[in-house]
Ligand binder design. Structure first.
Ligand code: FRU
Length: 496
């Protein structure tokens, strides 16, 4: 099938399947697939006058399958509009999937660079695969794409070789590609350079991992100015496979993390590590993050809000996964801070409380509202003090362990992650969008999905085994533009 026929087939399926999706948990303002399965964000960029985000997309079911690229655009990183499927498997070199990649504007056109994936034994068998980097271009302002073929073949001794991330360096283009060495089973990130996007020269390795890290998925490579030291550092953001849990760190089945690096002369890599792997998020569902400069050149990151191999209840509803809110990044004294995009255009009603006291009890502050932004501070002598969201989520300061803990209590989906903290005087921000939760504390984030039956959304501030004061409590009810747009397009039919 030609790419055009494959795209038309996929778009026709989306149009037919979208009204059949059960919207009970569907996000109100985050990017999520119109139907079917989503994973990594791809091609996140500001190009041709608007923001684009593409994503790994399997329109035909809510489980992973031959990868297409879904596509959404925005003027403000907050209101997103769905566009037609951008890429579909169609050629020999990408017949089993158009895997992850990135996008860039060049000479007034939008280009995509992505991995063409083929299984050489049988579909789904990772033992023998071929992965090549491919180019596509849009001649209609970034809506439909013409495939231009393979532009980078795997280096010798590398079979897993994917997820090219492109950027402009002076008057050249550069691409970082993740890989795995066949002989020593080490994760590598390979750097290439080009003048015209078509012919690429290998410059060398950005990194070669040690200690069991056997594959770097979804590399991103960019600079941030350290506001503390004044040094410009390189950030290697990846989804590393094989990183071992270490105390409270790296405890998810799949981890997303960054290293700080600087250029180095000589040696096997072009860069040296200044600060080794730091988790990019300390919640339960976060992988494959990708960044771009916003229209003013500020670095912004978006990520897959989900986790491999966790069976979420949206799957039988006909969709799976979402992307996080875009988050601005800054660097201070070797630590990256995240701040979500401004949500104020979505504010509906606001409630403010100067002080809420609780002693071995909880105080309900909201019920039945499923899109909310809440912020508060805590002063506590209790063993636990924080926020309960229905029966699913407990987000609390744990005085005994000195942590901020996010706990999800949902049977087989249960889990907890913690951040070390000094006190509760720093503001906690909690953003809820139906089944999506993003928490920001002192520049760090904790992200998770949660499935509160019936969306009862009872929010309570509580103190257990002691007393706590919650101050500067602000609760905004938020609009749900994406959910509203869906509801105008036909109702879910329970027979499906
Ligand atoms: C990461 C990943 C990528 C790959 C894509 C396939 O989540 O495994 O390495 O390109 O997903 O969907």
């Amino acid at each position: 099938m030609t790419q055009q026929a494959a795209i038309e087939k996929a778009c026709a399926h989306v149009a037919a399947a979208k009204p059949l999706v059960n919207p009970r948990y569907y996000p109100g303002f985050h990017v999520a697939p119109p139907c079917g399965w989503m994973n990594d964000p791809n091609g996140f960029c500001y190009a041709l006058g608007r923001y684009h985000v593409f994503y790994q997309f399997h329109p035909y079911s809510a489980v992973w399958g031959p990868m297409h690229w879904g596509h959404a655009v925005s003027d403000d990183l907050l209101h997103w509009e769905d566009l037609p499927v951008a890429l579909a498997p169609s050629e020999d070199y990408d017949r089993d999937g158009c895997f992850s990649g990135s996008a860039i504007e060049y000479e007034g056109e939008l280009f995509l660079i992505y991995t063409g994936h083929t299984y050489l034994k049988k579909f789904g068998d990772d033992e023998l695969i071929r992965e090549v980097q491919c180019l596509a271009v849009s001649h209609d302002g970034g809506i439909s794409f013409e495939k231009l073929g393979v532009v980078i073949e795997p280096p010798e001794g590398v079979m897993h070789f994917r997820d090219p991330k492109i950027w402009k360096a002076g008057d050249k283009f550069r691409v970082a590609v993740g890989g795995r060495t066949v002989d020593t089973d080490q994760g590598i990130v390979v750097l290439y350079e080009s003048d015209d996007l078509r012919r690429w020269t290998k410059l060398g390795l950005i990194d070669k991992a040690e200690g069991g890290l056997f594959m770097y998925e979804c590399p991103d490579f960019f600079t941030l100015d350290d506001e503390g030291t004044g040094e410009k550092l390189h950030v290697l953001l990846t989804s590393p496979m094989g990183l071992k849990p270490d105390g409270r760190r790296f405890n998810n089945p799949s981890v997303n993390s960054y290293k700080l690096m600087r250029p180095k002369a000589g040696g096997k890599c072009l860069y040296e590590t200044v600060q080794d792997q730091v988790e990019a998020d300390r919640g339960l569902d976060f992988y494959a993050a990708q960044t771009c400069p916003d229209k003013n050149g500020r670095r912004v990151m978006i990520s897959w809000l989900n986790m491999w191999h966790v069976p979420y209840p949206s799957v039988p509803d006909g969709w799976n996964s979402a992307l996080t809110l875009p988050r601005y990044l800054s660097l201070k004294d070797g630590v990256i801070s995240q701040e979500p995009v401004d949500l104020s255009p979505l504010y509906l009603n606001t409630a403010e409380y100067e002080s809420i006291q609780a002693e071995n009890e909880e105080k309900i502050i909201s019920a039945g509202k499923s899109c909310l932004a809440l912020s508060f501070k805590v002063k506590s002598s209790a063993a636990q003090a924080g926020l309960r969201i229905s029966g699913s989520i407990y987000l609390y300061f744990d005085r005994i362990n000195g942590t901020l803990t996010l706990q999800r209590l949902e049977g087989g989906r249960s889990g907890a992650r913690s951040l070390p903290v000094k006190d509760g005087e720093t503001e906690i921000r909690v953003i809820l969008d139906r089944c999506l939760l993003e928490v920001f504390y002192a520049g760090q984030s904790m992200t998770a999905m949660f499935f509160d039956p019936g969306l009862k959304r009872e929010l309570a501030l509580y103190a257990a085994n002691g007393r706590a004061e919650f101050s500067a409590v602000t609760l905004h009810e938020l609009k749900a533009p994406r959910l509203e747009a869906r509801q105008g397009q036909g109702a879910w039919h329970p027979a499906h």
